[in-house]
Design a protein around this ligand. Structure first.
Ligand SMILES: [Zn+2]
Length: 138
């Protein structure tokens, strides 16, 4: 998913390293899965998206509409959010389970710490819960 710009953004790397260290194996940005998720775990029929809070209009302290060219940004981010819901439907129809890690869980004053995030993911992956979100503390 074109969320955070650039593929190897830091929060995603933290998650990848942590999961790999726990023995989880995954595919990166698989083109044949709706939304080209950041991480795909075929064995668990699960995907992980690492969402930038600004680009995906998260209701948290990391999102604030820019004061310059607000119409431009509002339209641009609105399209991202629309695409998110489309991808969500496509994933669900194809039987994928989905976990979203929000940037605020990994960065800034609400961060949970990488170990906590990785632990939560590691608990969710082998389970049956269809959807999950990990966000910063509120
Ligand atoms: Zn957030």
């Amino acid at each position: 998913m074109a969320g955070i710009r650039g593929k190897d953004t830091k929060p995603e790397l933290i998650i990848r390293r942590g999961l790999h260290a726990l023995g989880f194996r995954y595919r990166l940005h698989a083109r044949d899965v709706p939304g080209k998720p950041d991480l795909v775990f075929p064995r668990f029929q699960a995907v992980i998206m690492v969402n930038g809070c600004f680009w995906h209009r998260h209701d948290c302290h990391l999102f604030r509409m820019p004061s310059t060219r607000p119409e431009f940004w509002s339209a641009k981010i609105g399209r991202n959010v629309e695409r998110d819901s489309l991808v969500q439907r496509q994933l669900a129809e194809a039987g994928w389970r989905k976990l979203v890690v929000w940037e605020c869980a990994l960065k800034g004053r609400t961060a949970l710490g990488p170990e906590t995030v990785v632990t939560k993911i590691a608990q969710w992956l082998p389970g049956t819960e269809a959807a999950c979100e990990i966000r910063g503390t509120i």
